[in-house]
Write a protein of this length. Structure first.
Ligand SMILES: [Zn+2]
Length: 142
């Protein structure tokens, strides 16, 4: 079994250093950053600022893990919600989906990834890539 998938399999946790969320005050684009033991929410548009101590993390949905605010990068896709913590996370998903296109020339290879199963299904591929593109455009606009 050769490992033709060259991207490293990354844990979701490695994308949590900075998360882009919807500002609770103005609905604009805000950042959630964790440094040392402190979490900081700051809005680019209205200047809203909120700090708290790091604590329980709420992992696995379209919200940030500290304040549980809705993620800025989320969109409906194939009957699911495709979401990313930040642009790096989004780029990782695109690379993954594009790479799995290139390696789909033979028998089913099991590629190690933390992405949800529906994102890896062949019949969803086009829809997933379109959704990622939409979010990339949203990043550029913001
Ligand atoms: Zn704001």
């Amino acid at each position: 079994m050769t490992n033709r998938f060259s991207l490293e399999s990354r844990e979701l946790e490695t994308f949590m250093g900075q998360m882009v969320v919807i500002c609770p005050r103005c609905g604009g684009r805000a950042d959630v950053m964790e440094k040392a033991n402190e979490v900081r929410l700051s809005c680019f548009q209205c200047g809203y600022l909120q700090m708290k101590q790091s604590g329980t993390k709420y992992i696995g949905g379209a919200f940030d893990v500290h304040f549980r605010l809705p993620l800025y990068l989320q969109t409906g896709c194939c009957g699911h919600v495709l979401w990313a913590y930040n642009q790096e996370h989004l780029a990782y998903m695109r690379q993954y989906v594009e790479a799995s296109v290139r390696t789909s020339d033979g028998a089913n290879r099991s590629i190690e990834s933390r992405l949800p199963k529906w994102m890896k299904q062949k019949h969803n591929r086009e829809g997933v890539l379109r959704a990622i593109k939409r979010l990339e455009l949203a990043c550029e606009k913001g």
